[in-house]
Design a protein around this ligand. Structure first.
Ligand SMILES: [Zn+2]
Length: 206
C-alpha cells in the first residue's frame, strides 16, 4: 500500500453570537445568528488548525437572509428619514435635469421647482437647486433618462407618482419645447410604469 498524505483547507461556519435585530427584508424585529466562516487546515479531511477568518455575516432566523454585520446598527426610522431626504434631493435633480437638458432653468422653471418642493417637502430646496444647476451645465436628455432609470429600483408606486408629477409640472411650466416633449415621452418606460398607470397619474395632477 502506498502511503500518502492528504491535506487541504476547508471553510467551517460557526456561531459567534445571537440576538435580535431589525431585518430589512422581513421589515420587522427578528432574531439573528452572527455567523463566522473560518478556513481550517485539514489533514485527511480532519480540520486541525484554524487559518483565517474568511468572512462573517448576520443571518435572519426567519427569512435566512445574510447581511453584513453593519445591519445590527440599522435604524429603520433613521433610514426612512435618510431615504426621504435623498428622495427630495433627487426630485430637485430630476426637475433641474429636465430644464438643463433643454437649455437651462429659466425664471418660470425656477418658480415651479421651488413651488413643487415647498408643497412636497415643506422647503423650496434653494441650495440644492443652485448646486444642481452648477453641476448639470452639460446635461443632455439622455442624462435625464438614465437618472430616472437609476432611481426606479428604489421607488415605490406612490413615489413614482410624485416623480411623474414634478416632471409633468416642470415640463408644462411654459410652452412645451420639442426637447421637453421628447424627454416626457421617455418617462413611463424609464420609471417602469405602464401607459395606463402613467396616464392615471397624469390625470390626477389636473
Ligand atoms: Zn428576515
Amino acid at each position: 500500500m502506498l502511503a500518502f498524505i492528504i491535506y487541504g483547507t476547508r471553510g467551517m461556519t460557526s456561531i459567534k453570537s445571537a440576538g435580535s435585530f431589525y431585518c430589512p427584508d422581513c421589515a420587522g424585529d427578528r432574531s439573528y445568528l452572527h455567523k463566522q466562516v473560518r478556513v481550517w487546515f485539514t489533514l485527511y479531511f480532519i480540520p486541525l488548525i484554524p487559518m483565517h477568518t474568511a468572512g462573517e455575516y448576520i443571518e435572519c432566523d426567519h427569512c435566512k437572509t445574510g447581511y453584513t454585520p453593519e445591519v445590527l446598527s440599522y435604524d429603520p426610522v433613521e433610514a426612512e428619514q435618510e431615504f426621504q431626504e435623498r428622495f427630495y434631493e433627487s426630485l430637485v435633480r430630476v426637475m433641474t435635469l429636465l430644464c438643463m437638458a433643454d437649455g437651462g432653468v429659466n425664471p418660470v422653471d425656477r418658480q415651479v421647482i421651488r413651488g413643487m418642493m415647498q408643497q412636497i417637502a415643506g422647503d423650496p430646496y434653494d441650495a440644492m437647486l443652485e448646486a444642481s444647476e452648477e453641476r448639470l451645465v452639460s446635461a443632455t436628455p439622455a442624462d435625464f433618462v438614465s437618472y430616472l432609470e437609476r432611481m426606479t429600483p428604489h421607488l415605490k408606486q406612490e413615489e413614482k407618482a410624485t416623480v411623474v408629477q414634478v416632471i409633468w409640472e416642470t415640463a408644462n411650466s411654459g410652452p412645451l419645447t420639442p426637447r421637453r416633449e421628447q424627454m416626457l415621452q421617455k418617462v413611463p418606460e424609464a420609471l417602469e410604469l405602464s401607459t395606463e398607470d402613467f396616464q392615471e397619474i397624469v390625470s390626477r395632477i389636473g
